[in-house]
Design a protein around this ligand. Sequence first.
Ligand SMILES: Cc1cc2nc3c(=O)[nH]c(=O)nc-3n(C[C@H](O)[C@H](O)[C@H](O)COP(=O)(O)OP(=O)(O)OC[C@H]3O[C@@H](n4cnc5c(N)ncnc54)[C@H](O)[C@@H]3O)c2cc1C
Length: 441
Amino acid sequence: MPRVLVVGGGYAGFYAAWHLERRLRPGEAEVVVVDPRPYMTYQPFLPEVVAGSVEARHAAVSLRRHLRRSTVVAGSVVAIDHASRTATVRPVEGEDHPLRYDVLVVTAGAVTRTLPIPGLAEEAIGLKHVEEAVAIRDRLLVAFDRASVLPPGPARQKLLTVTVVGGGFTGVEGFGELLSLATALLPSYPELTRDDLHFHLVEGSGRILPEVSTRPGRWVLRSLERRGGRVHLDTFLQSVEDGHVVLSTGEEFDSGLVVWTAGNGANPVVARHTDLPVDERGRVVVRADLRVGTPDQPVLDAWAAGDDAAVPDLTAGTPGALTVPNAQHAVRQGRLLARNIVATLRGRATRDYVHHDLGTVATLGLGRGVFESGPVVLRGFPAWLAHRGYHVLAVPTWERKVRVLAVWLPALLFGRDIVSLQSVQHPRDAFVSGGVPGAHR
Ligand SMILES: Cc1cc2nc3c(=O)[nH]c(=O)nc-3n(C[C@H](O)[C@H](O)[C@H](O)COP(=O)(O)OP(=O)(O)OC[C@H]3O[C@@H](n4cnc5c(N)ncnc54)[C@H](O)[C@@H]3O)c2cc1C
């Protein structure tokens, strides 16, 4: 029986495996999914995980629960030698080993792009994974507790200064949700006031949220500033050593929390450790039907989709245009990829990927958002409702939808949870210290 190896069970990989399971006849092919995480991350929920509006576990869609007919391997693919149809798997436990396959699906996504900025690696945190969203939230909550027992001054100010670098989708959503969380915390901290909060969004270009057109983009900027955020356009982070932020404008301040969301970088395995064709940005070159290769030189038995693939955008009308890296495309590409693999196994023709962009919907904090689809623009509460409605429908499986809704509904009545569980990082402290206060601070 041919083996289909899916490298990465994120958006595109999860949907590809899920749809292969549905389409394949018993005994037609086996599906193996390799991913170091036992779940697909529903990344659009991460800003709401930061804010405490979505339970962290609910942004994680279990591979084993939902891919019941696939074999799930907990590990990373560290090299692909497609000529010999062999991938090298590094399991989360144990030695590297070869895995033979007949058909390859590369859906390993992208990584957060970083730059050699002094202090960045030590101080900053990304916003692409569940653990990062949880840590960001916990750090803000802990900062409030610590600041509440300090007198006004530099130490307190640093704790309550948040810097988000990158004004794209992830940065703006993360910034809006963090601002929303911080503002919502204030009534519970009478020691602190709105003036104690300092929120900086740093963007290298002249505008934020390029995913929407200029007017709604300007509205988002004004709306964040009205809520007390400072947006630094045409500005770069120069250094962040010991939490001391230095901007290219010369402005400097201390910041207790620095979130880095300045773009996607190529997945290193895809970019450097395969014999597949990759473009100058480290993405697998695919044809319009998602088969790896070019129209004249297809690579047999290899397919790719999602953020790690350079997929021709046939709707753009411009030769060489590629689909943008987002969930909207990754899901649809994953599904089509499954269809095309099954068609190929049965000797039938493949279909090209054609998807007209549905628009953009972003959360900017509880009750606030922006939505744009063609000429239709919504702002504020209606856009936020559209965001929630869209994502609760889009998160895969009914089980996840119900769980997410089950958190949203009581939150309407009781508000969000505002305790940090950062102490789970040191679960033995109370046991080891025998209750001596501050022994393991
Ligand atoms: C905070 C945030 C909010 C977003 N919001 C939106 C939104 O509202 N709308 C939208 O359209 N898009 C949104 N996006 C973008 C969207 O989530 C991505 O475009 C999408 O996840 C890409 O899917 P993918 O399958 O290519 O990669 P991913 O979903 O990132 O999946 C890649 C998978 O591959 C695994 N992997 C990586 N390397 C290896 C390896 N070597 N071996 C095996 N497995 C590997 C990873 O663990 C991961 O599970 C958002 C992104 C972020 C970070």
